[in-house]
Ligand binder design. Sequence first.
Ligand code: PHE
Length: 377
Amino acid sequence: MQFPLRTLVSLALLSLVPACLAADMAPLKVGEIASLTGKEAAFGQSSHKGTLLAIEELNAAGGVLGRTFDLVTEDNQSKAGESATAARKLISRDHVSALLGEVASSRSLEIAPIAQSSKIPMISPSSTNPKVTAVGSYIFRVCFIDPFQGTVMAKFAKNELHLNKVAVLTSVSSAYSVGLAKYFKERFIADGGDIAIEQKYSEGDKDFRSQLTAIKAAGVGGIFVPGYYTEAALVAKQARELGITVPLFGGDGWEAPQLIEIGGSALEDTYYSTHYSPEDSSPAVQGFVKRFQARFNGETPDAMAALGYDSAVFLADAIKRAGTVESAAVRAALAATKDFTGVTGHTNIDANRNATKAAVIVTIKDGRFKFLKTVAP
Ligand code: PHE
C-alpha cells in the first residue's frame, strides 16, 4: 500500500526546489518500510512520523549535495512476508537509493538479504537483534543491540530489584523476543541468578493463563517478558488477575502508549529498557520534542519516533560525507560513522555496523511512563 503523504511531500518539493528539474538534481528516493497498520501499528506510525519530520527538515534546509529527498513509504501491515515484498518493490520499481526500516527485528530480517544482494544500504532505526546487521556489509542500524539490552535488564533485576529467582516468558515466533530472552538469561545466570522457569507463547496469542499459572507455582521473585506491547500488556493484566504480585519487566518492545491503554493499572511498577526518554532535558531532545509536537498535533515522540528521525539524518550525514549518492561510497561512509550526534545520543558505528549507545530504563507510575535512569554502554 502506498502511503498518500508521499505525493504531498513530492508536490511540496517540486514547488520548493526548481533546481531539481535537472535530471541529476532530481529528488533522491529513499524507501521506508513500516508497520503503519495491523498489530504493531504503534511502532510503524511512530517511526514513520520521526522519519518524515527528519526528511521535511532536511529538505527545508536544501537537502544534501543539492538534492532533496523523496520518501517513498510502504506499509507491511505488521504481516510476515510483506516487508520482503515491499523491499523488492522499492528497489525495482522506485529505484530507491537507500532503505530505512524496519522496527521489528523479524521484519528487518526479511528486508536485509534483499538490500544486501541489491547493494542498497539499509538502515534499521530500531531492530535490536544481532542477526539483522550480520546479514551483510550494506546493513546498518542506529540503535544498540540485544546483548547489551539483555545485560542492562539482567543487572537491573539483580542489583536494583534485588531478584535472584525469576521466570522468563518468551514469544517464540519473534526473533527479537527469542534473542533478548537468551541474552538476559546468560547474564542473569552468570551473575549468580536462577531462571526457575521458562514459558513460551506466539505473536497474536491472547490467553497466557496456563503459562502464568505454572510461573506462579514456581514461586519466582519477578517475571521477564521480552515481547511486544500488546502481549506484554495482556500478560500483566492476566498475571495480576491470577494474584501474581511480583514485578514484571521487559525490553524496548514494551514501548507504546497502547501498553498502558491495554494493561491499565496492571502495569503499575513495571519496568522496561528503551532508547531515549522525552523527559531528557538536553537541548537536542527538547528541541526535537517541540518540533515533533508542532508537526504532529501535540503528540509526544517516543523511542521509535526518535530513532526513525535519527535514521534519516544518519543517512543524510553519510551521503554528505561520501560526496556522492553512489551506493558503495554511501555504504563506506555509513560504516565510517563516528560520534554522530542525534536525538538518541551519540552513535558510533562498530565493525559489525551496529551502534554503541546508552539505554534508558522507564517505569510506570500512576498510569504514566516515568524516566528512571540512563545506563551507559
Ligand atoms: N527492538 C525491537 C525489535 O528488534 C523493536 C522496537 C524498537 C520496539 C524500539 C520498540 C521500540 O524487534
